[in-house]
Design a protein around this ligand. Sequence first.
Ligand SMILES: Nc1nc2c(ncn2[C@@H]2O[C@H](COP(=O)(O)OP(=O)(O)OP(=O)(O)O)[C@@H](O)[C@H]2O)c(=O)[nH]1
Ligand SMILES: [Mg+2]
Ligand SMILES: [Zn+2]
Length: 302
Amino acid sequence: MPEGLIVKALSGYYYVKPLASAEENVLQCRGRGIFKKKGITPLVGDRVLYTPTENGEGTVDEILPRVTELIRPPMANARHAVLLFSVKEPDLNLQLLDKFLVHIEHAGLRPLICLTKEDLLNGDSHGQDRDLTRQVRELYEKVGYEVIVTSSLTGAGTDQVKERLAGQISVFAGQSGVGKSSLLNAMLPGLSLETSEISLKLGRGRHTTRHVELIELDNGGYVADTPGFSQLDFLELGVEELSSCFIEFAEYAEQCKFRGCSHLHEPGCQVRGAVEEGRIVASRYKHYVQFYEEMKDKKRRY
Ligand SMILES: Nc1nc2c(ncn2[C@@H]2O[C@H](COP(=O)(O)OP(=O)(O)OP(=O)(O)O)[C@@H](O)[C@H]2O)c(=O)[nH]1
Ligand SMILES: [Mg+2]
Ligand SMILES: [Zn+2]
C-alpha cells in the first residue's frame, strides 16, 4: 500500500498527497468504515497508507503512529508552532502569548515566536513601540525561546522563518489579523492565501482563514495556516502540569521546599524567590498565577 500525507480534511474527505513520487496529484479519499466504529479520526498531518480506487478516488486504510497531536486546530505530527503576534494592529498581548506557549509546551511542539508587522514601527516618532518590541524580544529570548521580527510588506525576517520550517510540519497560530496568511504569502512566491483588513474581520466577527490545510513550501516543509483563535482554554491540561509549561521555572522548582509546590503560597518556594530577584520575569509569573486560578475555577464549575 502506498504511503501518503493528509494535507486537507473537508466534508468527510481526506486529501492525501502521495509520498512515493513528487509528481503525483493529491488524491481525494474516504476513511475506512472501521475508523468510525473505533472512534478514530484521521487528521491533517497524518501519514497514512491508502488504496486508490476505481473511480479515481481512494481510501485511507491505516494511520501511521503520530508524533504529536493537537486538538485545536485538529492536526497531527506538527513539530514547530509558529506563534505570531503583531507589534501593532492588533497590539501585542503577552497574556495570550504565554497562554499559547503553555499549550504548545504541553503538546510537545517547539515554539517559534514571530513579532509581525515590523514596518508599522516606522511611523512611531517617539520610538515607544520600537522599545516595547525590543523589550518583548529580549524577554522571550531570556526565557529560552527564539524570536524573529518580521514584516510581510518589507520582507524582513521572512527568509529566516522559512528556514526554520524546512523539512517539517509546522502550524501557524495567532489572533485573527496578526498576519499569518500574509507571512505565508510572503514566504512563498505564487501563493495567494486570502487575507483581509482587520476592520472587516471585526465587523464580520469571523476569520478570513476557515479550515486547516497544509501548504507545501519549496524546502520540504509543510505549514498549516489556521483560523486565528483569540481564546484558548485549559480543559485538556491538568493544573498540576501548568508550572512545567513555564520552562524557565524548572531549575528553581526543583529546589522548592515542598514537593508538588504550586509556587503560590508555600514557604521556601524558590520560584517566587527567583521572581523577587528578577531572575524570572514578573509578567510570566503573573500570567502563571492567572492561569492557575482560571483552571481551578473551571474545575469547580465542571
Ligand atoms: N503593515 C503591515 N500589514 C500587514 C502585515 N501583514 C499583514 N498585514 C495586514 O494585516 C491584515 C490581516 O492580515 P492576514 O494575513 O489576513 O491575517 P491572519 O492572521 O491570516 O488573519 P485570520 O486569517 O483572520 O486569522 C491585512 O490587512 C494585511 O494586509 C505586515 O507585515 N505589515
Ligand atoms: Mg489567515
Ligand atoms: Zn515553589
